[in-house]
Design a protein around this ligand. Structure first.
Ligand SMILES: Cc1cc2nc3c(=O)[nH]c(=O)nc-3n(C[C@H](O)[C@H](O)[C@H](O)COP(=O)(O)O)c2cc1C
Length: 384
């Protein structure tokens, strides 16, 4: 296959017994920051953003992180799937995605000790062994075993809501420093019971969540995990642990792993959204982790690669050489919701996104914005 054919094949239909998509492109989970503060109801503005990306050609959309309980909420303006009332939000999102032939995967998250201070003031905060989470300034209570059981039940209940709303699957957010990262991290998890210490113990809650979600949703409904393969801090866990955990989840029946790395507290260059990553040499920084994991996946399971994917030749090679099955992008879709259609229409230049992370800063003020998108719309500047 020559280079052009490899690129073309990214736009062909992807078919697996458990997952089908119109192309290999996934909108990676992106918190848009405009849900109702009190109820967690998703806003019209957020649905519109998702719809634009579906209309723009992405084969699969992963929602921003939805909290599964009030104490699991991390961010102002985060949407919630913690009550049955919110099933209608999933139904609205599903309709928007399916109208354009895209899949909808709902991302579920418990933030543990990683929360904005103003959110933490509204409900008690919990973490594996208590204390103050890196980068935060409030204290958390250690989780009891009943507390851990409640979390596995909350994930299951939220996943069932996603299914009832018509979504094609769920992605358990097990990375970026949120609660599940906190369990895997030997520098944060200091428990001396069966949930702390050895890798097997630090991984236990992941397997319990998988079992409890599977029991709730049954077979045939996709359960993915997004994993930070390495914590990215000096005393954090490394990729041996991230890989072993991911292989374990595949063995126990997870339908997919979404490969990411780093955390919010591991610094700009070790974060999941690496600053300044661009097409060419710095592209696809986590590809090695995905390639390793892919060797352990069956042909019923989906390996998604996220992080710093910017150009078609690099992505075509990643698919062609068997590194991953699907390619997930976040910031490029903030800058260019219609990116996939642009590429289909043969303007194959890399994304206009310059990975400046201004989108993160705007998230503090409500619906996220992108200076590139704004300047292009106003005709001021076009980095293409
Ligand atoms: C504004 C913003 C919000 C994000 N929200 C989420 C989220 O809700 N869940 C998640 O797993 N990752 C989230 N991420 C991380 C992305 O999904 C992705 O892993 C990361 O940005 C790397 O991909 P990229 O280089 O294509 O941006 C967010 C990133 C940005 C820029």
């Amino acid at each position: 296959m020559d280079k052009a054919e490899k690129i073309h094949s990214l736009f062909y239909r992807f078919e697996r017994p458990s997952f089908k998509a119109n192309n290999r492109f996934v909108r990676s989970a992106t918190n848009l920051g405009r849900a109702d503060e009190a109820t967690g109801e998703i806003s019209f503005a957020e649905i519109k953003r998702l719809t634009e990306i579906a209309a723009g050609g992405a084969g699969t959309l992963i929602t921003g992180l939805a909290y599964i309980s009030p104490e699991g909420k991390s961010l102002n303006g985060q949407w919630g799937l913690h009550t049955d009332d919110r099933i209608k939000d999933v139904a609205r999102l599903t309709e928007s995605a399916h109208n354009f032939g895209s899949n909808l995967i709902v991302q579920l998250c418990h933030g543990g000790g990683q929360r904005e201070a103003s959110v933490a003031r509204r409900s008690k905060s919990f973490s594996p062994s208590g204390g103050i989470h890196p980068g935060c300034d409030f204290t958390t209570d250690p989780l009891s075993k009943d507390g851990i059981r409640k979390i596995t039940e909350d994930f299951a209940a939220a996943a069932l809501r996603a299914k009832k709303g018509g979504a094609d699957g769920v992605e358990i957010h097990a990375g970026h420093g949120f609660l599940l990262t906190q369990f895997l991290s030997p520098s944060i998890n200091k428990r001396d019971d069966e949930y702390g210490g050895s890798l097997e113990n630090r991984s236990r809650i992941f397997y319990e969540i998988l079992a409890s979600v599977r029991q709730a949703v049954g077979d045939g409904f996709n359960i993915w995990f997004k994993i930070s393969m390495a914590e990215g801090t000096e005393n954090g866990y490394g990729s041996e642990d991230g890989t072993a955990l991911s292989v374990g989840l595949l063995k126990k029946g997870a339908d997919g792993i979404n490969v990411s790395s780093g955390t919010i507290y591991s610094g700009a260059m070790n974060s999941p959204s690496i600053l300044g990553v661009s097409a060419g040499e710095s592209e696809a920084p986590f590809a090695g982790y995905a390639a390793e994991l892919k060797k352990h996946a069956s042909d019923r399971q989906t390996i998604v690669l996220t992080g710093g994917l910017r150009s078609l030749p690099v992505m075509a090679e990643l698919i062609h050489n068997g590194t991953c099955d699907l390619l997930a992008l976040s910031r490029p879709f903030i800058a260019e919701p219609d990116l996939i259609n642009r590429w289909i229409e043969e303007d194959t230049r890399p994304t206009a996104c310059i990975s400046c992370n201004a989108c993160f800063k705007t998230a503090k003020f409500g619906l996220i914005e992108c200076p590139i998108l704004r300047d292009r719309n106003e005709g001021n500047w076009d980095p293409l």
